[in-house]
Write a protein that binds this ligand. Structure first.
Ligand SMILES: [Zn+2]
Ligand SMILES: [Zn+2]
Length: 167
């Protein structure tokens, strides 16, 4: 079967066993765009089956895409497989109509984007003094010293908060 390039199908005379809806769609068509953290390495692949259930339609299957994500610690990009499996959508009273899955798929794949991500569990991050990637080299900077002036800790933390708010 020819892969589909859109997430719509007509709910007309669907066979009991369902019809396969398989293909790829660009993230731009889902109104999702690259940013500082994410780069898209592949279109979104969908492998779905739409089957009639009484007077409604049940769509089931999975979604997959490869994206590049910047590591939270060392800022190096790495590859992440986004996967939503299974997805399940239910549409009532759509006999004969064109069903558009775009919004539902957009919502599901959005949730699959990791909010936090490390290139490896033991990522050593960047040296706070010279900025070198500590996974790749040892800069020889002295280790960070614990904060001095214990009495002022409360106010120090508050200062940090204010600074972060303004950035
Ligand atoms: Zn890292
Ligand atoms: Zn350093």
């Amino acid at each position: 079967m020819k892969p589909l390039a859109s997430l719509t199908f007509q709910a007309l005379d669907l066979p009991v066993e369902g019809v396969d809806l398989c293909g790829e769609i660009a993230f731009a068509a889902l109104d999702l765009h690259e940013d500082d953290l994410f780069t898209f390495l592949s279109p979104l692949r969908f492998t779905l089956t739409a089957a009639p259930v009484e007077d409604s339609v049940l769509v089931r299957g999975r979604l997959e895409a490869e994206v590049q994500r910047v590591c939270d610690r060392c800022l190096e990009p790495g590859k992440v497989l986004l996967k939503v499996d299974p997805v399940c959508y239910h549409y009532e009273h759509v006999a004969g109509a064109v069903v558009d899955l775009t919004d539902a798929v957009r919502e599901d794949i959005l949730l699959a984007f990791p909010q936090t991500w490390l290139c490896r569990a033991e990522c050593r991050g960047l040296c706070p003094r010279c900025g070198c990637n500590r996974n790749e080299s040892t800069c020889g900077c002295p280790p960070e010293e614990p904060d001095e002036g214990d009495e002022d800790d409360t106010w120090g933390a508050l200062d940090d908060l204010v600074v972060r708010d303004e950035s």
